[in-house]
Design a protein around this ligand. Structure first.
Ligand SMILES: [Zn+2]
Length: 361
């Protein structure tokens, strides 16, 4: 009989935890090492790293005093850092639309407060302190703000103790369940529309996330109480799903970009790996336009497929040419008013192929 090793939370350092995890992995049959389990194991180590980090650093800086929301201030710092980067062009977008990527809301919802009594007390106390802060000056103001930040962090601790943190298994699930306050509706063509401050359906938002990928990743890593951590995991999943197999060159380009390589270096590396020499302008355009667009399109597809398989029974139809079964949706079949179900019987992919051939002739 197997005796299952348990995660020991009294182990404080990442190093100690790593040794335990290695032992667990050794003793666990491979088929039981599910993605979720591995994620739990890695979170267990990362959590300790995060704590070690916090011990080393003075958490409260002047900058963070200005606003309670840590992510918001650090992100503004990030944006300013990137303004003169090689792809500074993006930052025109980011800069004009700064709020787009800020995560302004504390992810404690009124529902949480209603459900968790301790949270209600704390929230009341926070409101109280906020009023005092607005009247206070100097040292006292500083002390009150410091207290306020601690209380806000306490909110998350309470919430996490009561509600299990979520695990990101795919973009849709965690995105839909995150506290971004995103509300997804469908437009008249049945395309999903998000009112979220940061949506994967929007190529500009994706582009901004990619441009700041490393910094955001570093910023959010291990912070399981923030939406950003899960959003970055979702972004990774989306990138893997969209590019790795279907667009290997774009995939490599993206990795090189994230690594901070220059377009000239990337040009050289891509030629080495793929035997194609693209101009640096083209590389920049792929990174700024084409890749974010592909990712956003796939995010829409993934959302629709998820929605019509889990939330609502979708209509599916078989393409009369390629025989593939696809969602009876404008995304896959062009609209045709004369047909019974409102769509052509041949899917868009097949219709496009046909047109390509005719053009060739
Ligand atoms: Zn087809």
């Amino acid at each position: 009989m197997e005796t299952k090793l348990k995660l020991d939370y009294s182990l404080k350092t990442a190093e100690e935890r790593k040794i335990l995890v290695e032992e667990i992995v050794r003793q666990t049959p491979p088929n039981q090492l599910t993605e979720k389990y591995i994620e739990i194991l890695s979170n267990y180590i990362v959590l300790a790293m995060d704590k070690e980090e916090k011990k080393k650093k003075e958490i409260i800086t002047d900058n963070r005093m200005i606003t309670i929301n840590k992510r918001e201030t650090s992100y503004q710092g990030l944006v300013s850092k990137f303004e003169n980067g090689e792809d500074g062009l993006y930052n025109i977008t980011i800069d004009n639309d700064k709020n787009v990527l800020l995560t302004p809301k504390i992810s404690i919802s009124p529902k949480d407060v209603a459900e968790i009594p301790a949270l209600a007390d704390l929230t009341e106390a926070i409101e109280n302190i906020k009023k005092q802060v607005s009247r206070a000056t100097g040292k006292r103001k500083y002390a009150l703000k410091k207290q306020l930040i601690e209380m806000c962090q306490e909110q998350y601790t309470i919430k996490n103790a009561v509600k299990q943190p979520m695990f990101s298994t795919n973009i849709i699930k965690s995105f839909a369940h995150s506290d971004f306050g995103e509300n997804i509706t469908f437009d008249e063509n049945g395309m999903p529309v998000s009112d979220g401050i940061c949506s994967f359906f929007n190529p500009k938002h994706i582009s901004a996330l990619l441009c700041n990928y490393s910094a955001l990743k570093e910023e959010s890593w291990g912070k399981f109480d923030g939406d950003c951590y899960y959003m970055m995991l979702d972004l990774d999943n989306l990138i893997e799903d969209t590019l790795r197999d279907n667009y290997p060159l774009y995939y490599d380009l993206l990795i090189y970009k994230i690594d901070g390589r220059s377009n000239a270096e990337i040009q050289f590396l891509l030629e080495l790996d793929h035997g194609i020499k693209h101009s640096v302008e083209y590389i920049s355009s792929l990174w700024r336009n084409k890749i974010p667009k592909l990712l956003a399109e796939n995010a829409v597809k993934r959302y629709l497929n998820w929605y019509y398989t889990t939330q609502e029974k979708g209509k599916w139809k078989k393409c009369s040419r390629c025989g593939e079964i696809k969602l009876a949706h404008n995304l896959y079949f062009s609209k045709n008013k004369t047909s019974k179900d409102g769509f052509y019987s041949i899917c868009k992919d097949c219709r496009n192929k046909k047109t390509d051939k005719e053009e060739e002739k």
